[in-house]
Design a protein around this ligand. Structure first.
Ligand code: HEC
Length: 165
């Protein structure tokens, strides 16, 4: 007696789930060019790049890793929303295209978010405990952000001097 309705519900559920996997409310965030490295055009030490690559790039670059669970709705929609919003706030794959002023502002934000532990967001580090920033990570990010801000500023003013000559 029970077999039929349960079998039917299961079939219906899997049909709905299959149909939903074609729904992407935040656009086609998976289908982006993934060539190149993050932070191209910046003077970033390899170890700092590696920290940002492993702990920030899932949401802040085109180099997102998509684990299996991230492909199944409704979880896929939550993950895609984070990636969409994260890239919109800052996409490290487009670093070279970001204006000097914005890069300087972002570097301050990066250091601040890292120091306060706001980033990576809690739900993400609960799923990926290894991607929490260690104290040493935070320090390395802050030091690099400061040095890089200075470098960009000097580069910017040197460029202006050339232009006005
Ligand atoms: C799970 C996805 C996710 C991860 C991982 C993540 N972020 Fe974010 N980040 C976001 C989202 C979403 C936003 C935009 C909304 C907000 O500010 O909360 C954001 C915003 C930001 C901003 C912009 C803040 C502003 O004031 O404009 C910075 C800077 C930032 N993140 C730095 C980082 C750094 C550094 C890491 C790695 C240590 C990181 N994020 C990891 C999702 C993420």
């Amino acid at each position: 007696m029970l077999g039929r309705p349960i079998g039917f519900s299961a079939l219906l559920l899997s049909l709905i789930s299959a149909a939903c996997s074609f729904v992407h409310p935040w656009g086609d965030v998976r289908n982006v060019a993934t060539r190149g490295q993050i932070l191209e055009g910046s003077a970033v030490p390899e170890d700092v790049r590696r920290i940002l690559e492993s702990k920030c790039a899932d949401c802040h670059s085109n180099q997102t890793h998509w684990p299996v669970y991230s492909r199944v709705p409704p979880v896929s929609w939550l993950v895609e929303h984070d990636v969409h919003a994260g890239r919109a706030a800052m996409n490290l794959s487009h670093w070279a295209r970001i204006s000097t002023e914005s890069r300087i502002a972002l570097l301050s934000r990066i250091a601040a978010e890292a120091r306060t532990g706001e980033m990576p967001p809690k739900p993400y580090t609960m799923l990926h405990p290894a991607n929490r920033l260690t104290d040493s990570d935070k320090q390395q990010i802050a030091t690099w952000a400061r040095t890089e801000r200075k470098r960009i500023r000097t580069e910017g003013s040197a460029q202006k001097e050339i232009e006005t000559k």
